[in-house]
Design a protein around this ligand. Sequence first.
Ligand SMILES: [Zn+2]
Length: 508
Amino acid sequence: MLAAVRAAAVLGVEAFEVTVEVHLAPGLPQFTVVGLPAGAVKESRERVVAALANSGFPLPPRRIVVNLAPADVRKDGTALDLPIAVGILRALELLPTPAVDRLVLVGELALDGALRAVRGTLPIALWTARAGHTLVLPPANLAEVVRLRELPRAAPATLAELVEWLRADALPSPPDPAPSLAAPVHDDLSDVIGQPVARRALEIAAAGAHNALFVGPPGAGKTMLARRLPSILPALEEAEAVEVLAVRSVAGLASDAGGEVLRPFRAPHHTVSAPALVGGGTPPRPGEVTLAHNGVLFLDELLEFPRHVLDALRQPMEDGRVQVSRASGSVILPARFTLVAASNPCPCGHAGDPTRSCACAAVEVERYASRLSGPLADRIDMHIRVAAVPPRDLAGGDRPESSAAVRARVEAARLRQQRRSRQAGASSNARLSGRSLERDGAVMPEARALLVSAADRLGLSARGFYRVLRLARTIADLEGEARVAAPHVAESLRYRPVPARGVAVPGP
Ligand SMILES: [Zn+2]
């Protein structure tokens, strides 16, 4: 007897259809799974046999062959337990055919037949909705798919319950899980006292999606500032929110998907490995850059990260996605993020600090700063000096501006970029090419003249030249100016890279 049921699996953050074929034949009792099962799928035999027996369906002494098609794509995880069990019941002619035909089944089985949560339910649900099927999923995964209101779904607690429903040809729709009580909130910029220059820089970074590096002594508030970048970025659009939730679903990070989705903020420690940063492993799991997709990746103590780990950031920063290679082909994971980094100016942390003297030898300072060079430095548009806030500024004064007020200006600036981007083909100024800038950037002659003379004086490379111009474009957008004028360029020049001799650079 032969039967098939529809399931789905996830590769990267995309779901694809898997057909579970079950063949029962006379012969010695045996249970084989073919079609590139890996790890947890191989073990599913044991769980399926026990779950069936404990649900009242002991296996007859037959030879059972399960094939997972397409047979050339590796399948991992536990989500195929349920479809394999249902496929066996169908092959035993214990289930009505039409009821099963419209289903996509996912779920891990406990030995007693209960359904347990699996990873990647949201991408599978998105695929199921597109294909026009009904999704059967574990109750614990319901919260992940709550946004897909149109998707027909059923969430039986046990295998036995599902069988009962199918025999009655009635799949009850589960109620939406109660949303969690506390709505998530970002830390607010009104917590940051003083730091007018760094606050301004953060706003510009948000407005143009520019990568930024904060350099300053320990305790100056670099981390505090970086953590507040997501709070001033534009709210996620629905499609972006679903992308964020899909990544979390695949990563097995439980999330309440019903309410507002905040932009991700990821802050891996400098001991992170390259695969943990950019993704990898078998099956390929999203790394920090993918978990930061549509949000912020924060690298504190940037110069403490090993060079090869930072080099791994090149591709995702260039392409907005990361390609993870594996024996059976490669997987593309999304990775469009804004990078914020923080660093001390020198090993002791006080180079350029007017209140403390630096204990490092000049050569040490130089060597330290030179660790940030090459491709990564080229992709950081803003280098910002942060000084410690003098104690007298900490007490009293007006309450600093809130994130909501800053975000309103950022959103207005982004809107201007999007209108322009119809010609330029880039969604934010940070992604504008030199050519698009020249063509659509509307740079006034005196602004160009100022930039050219500064480039001569400072020895700016072509790349440095456009870095300054890109930022100037964003500053003009923040001010609501159609054209880039000289003052925009002048401000932009303040954020060019800090030279190796950090001591010589005038602070903010
Ligand atoms: Zn020092």
